[in-house]
Write a new protein. Structure first.
Lengths: 115, 113
């Protein structure tokens, strides 16, 4: 069966510091991968998605970036964090071929607090 | 731009009562998903609705899709405390955006004993 791992679970960082969040998927090949952010009490905002190694699409201009160095690894980064980057970051995967009957599957999330 | 609107955004209900959460979306789509999120937790997939008239049921929850009206409903029957959570609908517009989802703002459900 497929599993998705995200780490760290929580992170407290000062303004201006760098960021690296990692997500890995097991049990499938060439998944579509997604990074979402959820502000407190709000819905999900799609930040990045990837359909293959090195292929990244950005949905929202910001000081975050994403990379996919390996097939099942997705990394969210920042060189200098802003206060507005605080939130709950969720990684998700979906089946490689577009099959509408498969939902996106979410990791446990990283709660990021910027001080 | 695709908009997905849920209402109500907050719902407080007594155990044993019935209620419906509505999800309206602004563009053509025949793929809609419902998720549940417990406080501080990730999202859990509840239902996948793939065609006009689709109806899915799991326990006390039933979801339906009317693609002509661009409306999905999540009906709660005889609510119990364990159903307290935030419920999201998400739409896949496919033809415009590829395999991406646009989420509603979520409905916070509190079931009172």
């Amino acid at each position: 069966s497929q599993t998705i791992h995200q780490w760290p679970a929580t992170l407290v960082q000062p303004v201006g510091s760098p960021l690296s969040l990692e997500c890995t998927v097991e049990g499938t090949s060439n998944p579509n991968l997604y990074w979402y952010r959820q502000a407190a009490g709000r819905g999900l905002q799609l930040l990045f998605y990837s359909v293959g190694i090195g292929q990244i699409s950005s949905e929202v201009p910001q000081n975050l970036s994403a990379s996919r160095p390996q097939d099942r690894q997705f990394i969210l980064s920042s060189k200098k964090l802003l206060l507005s980057d605080s939130g709950f970051y969720l990684c998700a995967w979906s089946a490689p071929e577009y099959i509408g009957n498969q939902p996106q599957h979410f990791g446990d999330g990283t709660r990021l607090s910027i001080l | 731009e695709l908009k997905v609107e849920q209402n109500p955004l907050f719902l407080s209900m007594q155990e044993g009562k019935n209620y419906t959460i509505y999800c309206n979306y602004s563009t053509t789509s025949d793929r809609l998903y419902w998720y549940r999120q417990d406080p501080g937790k990730s999202l859990e997939s509840l239902f996948v609705l793939l065609s006009n008239g689709a109806v899915k049921q799991e326990g006390r929850l039933m979801a339906s899709l009317d693609t002509k009206a661009r409306l999905s409903t999540l009906h709660i029957t005889a609510a119990v405390h364990d159903l307290s959570a935030t419920y999201f609908c998400a739409v896949d517009p496919t033809m415009e955006y590829g395999n991406k989802l646009v989420f509603g703002a979520g409905t916070i459900l509190r079931v009172k004993s």
